[in-house]
Design a protein around this ligand. Structure first.
Ligand code: NAD
Length: 510
């Protein structure tokens, strides 16, 4: 059993664990004197206290990463590949341990937590092909006796700042490509569910990753600002809510860093009258309430076109009493609690607000959910939601599905395109021509055709448009490799000394 897994076994027996930083290949106790509580959302009990880093502690992690970069950047591609294959095996072998930590701190059900680890693992597997991914191009005889070739090199120390809703997968989206490309990494995970990062650190060490290549500092705004302002950090990847994404992008770029900052979402699923309504209802329930709606790709707004609306709302309503809400470690549970009491209460307040604004509450989640002190909320379905309502405009990030009724396809697309977010979107239809027109017209980064959660596979890249992404490059996949490297072009000649002469003219290629 790993140290983190052991710590959790102790916790379950009543002791509150301390979660430390991980710097230069070892756990390091925080010295800032500040810590934050970590809860088991299913019981409502505090399970641990996480150290919150000071700028000096962030600096210690950056210095360790800076030292490690000097040797890591020189390590051969074949050796790096070998380490990545070992990382892949260890993460795979410890999927259950990671998933268990996710369920105990985030609340998502264990099967969903395993799905999270599996999708993260796909990114690690993609990175096992780093030798192929980082290849440059070569032009022989660009000029007489002159060859030109391009290479991609790592940036140095890079930082990652991640949200609470995917505590294992989103960090993997960052550290795996960053490290594979030859960078060293400082991760600042969400302080709400920090343990998965610590287990990851242990596994990376066990896989043979040199000390200092991967570091974890826990913390809040103080640690984030220290990362954004640190002169030795070359680039920052961020995933979280839109206001913080915008702040991270502006502050990071002002400090000379390359930044990709992925923000929040309001994902629409359009259901056309010709769609298979039973299939669309199944998809809406799965994508709306899976992980209690705490997914950046969760469907939160259904746009029902024409006569699809009544049938769709009826079909969803029929399915809702069957959604089993409970402790994520119970194999019967399909939906767990929300991450904190405050977040649960905030989501519940939107149900009240929706009713005040004139939406029809078809199913009220406040009426269901298990008893006890866990942060549970049942599933809510709201019909007749209008674009001017707060429940439409805001990212609620909970098990609340809204339905907007429109008459035409054009009105549905306009709703999506006018929305300030542009993360994921889906259309349900049997008409291939309309679906093709939709993917051509729609302003969003990830599009599903009869697929409600179109998270791209690891060999494409993930990212939204508009307020869902600040920066130019999407995360993981080919754009991830581009983000974590910079290009160099070499023009080379090995002249025959016999033909050498002085020529002050501008170099010509002909
Ligand atoms: P958040 O923005 O509150 O926190 C994200 C990170 O920023 C955390 O590490 C947190 O410690 C830090 N942070 C929080 N407040 C800060 C502040 N004032 N200054 C500096 N740093 C701060 O997000 P969250 O609640 O952890 O996660 C949920 C959000 O993330 C949702 O909006 C969701 O849509 C979004 N998200 C987006 C994607 C995507 O790919 N676009 C993926 C997952 C989650």
């Amino acid at each position: 059993m790993t140290e983190v897994a052991e710590q959790f076994t102790e916790e379950q027996s009543g002791e509150t664990a301390r979660i430390t930083h991980w710097i230069d290949g070892a756990p390091v106790e925080g010295t800032s004197g500040r810590s934050g509580p970590v809860f088991n959302p299913a019981t409502g009990l505090q399970s641990a206290a996480v150290d919150l880093a000071s700028p000096e502690e962030v600096d210690a992690a950056v210095q360790a990463a800076k030292r490690a970069f000097e040797t890591w950047r020189t390590m051969s591609l074949s050796r790096r590949t070998e380490i990545f294959f070992r990382i892949r095996e260890l993460v795979h072998d410890h999927s259950d341990d990671l998933a268990r930590l996710l369920t105990l701190e985030h609340g998502k059900v264990f099967s969903d937590a395993k799905g999270e680890v599996a999708r993260g693992l796909e990114v690690i597997e993609f990175c096992c092909g780093i030798a192929q991914l980082i290849k440059g191009e070569h032009s022989e005889q660009a000029s007489t006796g002159v060859d030109v070739y391009s290479i991609r090199q790592p940036l140095g120390v890079v930082g990652g700042i991640t949200p609470f809703n995917f505590p294992a997968m989103v960090p993997m989206w960052m550290w795996a490509p960053a490290i594979a490309c030859g960078n060293t990494f400082v991760l600042k995970p969400s302080e709400k569910d920090p343990s998965a990062s610590m287990l990851t650190a242990e596994l990376l060490k066990e896989a043979g990753l040199p000390d200092g290549v991967f570091n974890v500092v826990h913390g809040d705004k103080v640690a984030v600002d220290a990362v954004l302002e640190h002169p030795d950090i070359a680039a920052v990847s961020f995933v979280g809510s839109t206001p913080i994404a915008r702040y991270v992008y502006e502050t990071g770029t002002k400090n000379g860093k390359r930044v990709q900052a992925l923000g929040g979402a309001k994902n629409h699923m359009i259901v056309l009258p010709d769609a298979d309504i039973a299939m669309a209802a199944d998809a809406a329930v799965s994508a709306g309430y899976g992980s209690a709606g705490e997914r950046c790709m969760a469907v939160s707004m259904l746009v029902a076109v024409g006569h699809a609306a009544d049938e769709l709302v009826g079909a969803i309503k029929e399915r809702l009493p069957n959604v089993k809400v409970g402790d994520g470690m119970n194999p019967d549970s399909e939906m767990g609690p929300l991450v904190t009491r405050e977040h649960r209460d905030k989501v519940a307040s939107y149900i009240e607000k929706g009713a005040e604004e004139g939406a029809t509450i078809v199913t009220d989640g406040r009426d269901s959910g298990p008893d006890g002190n866990g942060f549970f909320l049942g599933v809510t379905l709201m019909d007749d939601v209008k674009p001017e309502m707060d429940v439409y405009k805001d990212e609620i990030f909970g098990p609340v599905l809204g339905v907007t009724r429109v008459e035409t396809y054009d009105q549905a697309v306009k709703l999506v395109n006018d929305n300030p977010y542009g993360n994921g979107v889906a259309i349900f239809t049997r008409d291939g021509g309309v679906a093709r027109q939709f993917q051509f017209d729609v302003k969003a980064g990830m599009v599903g055709v009869n697929v409600p959660i179109p998270v791209p596979v690891a060999y494409y890249s993930f990212g939204g448009w508009k307020n869902s992404l600040f920066g130019d490059l999407h995360i993981y996949g080919p754009e991830g490799i581009q983000f974590y490297t910079r290009g160099k072009v070499v023009t080379s000649r090995w002249p025959d000394p016999a033909t050498s002469k002085v020529d002050l003219g501008f170099p010509q290629t002909r």
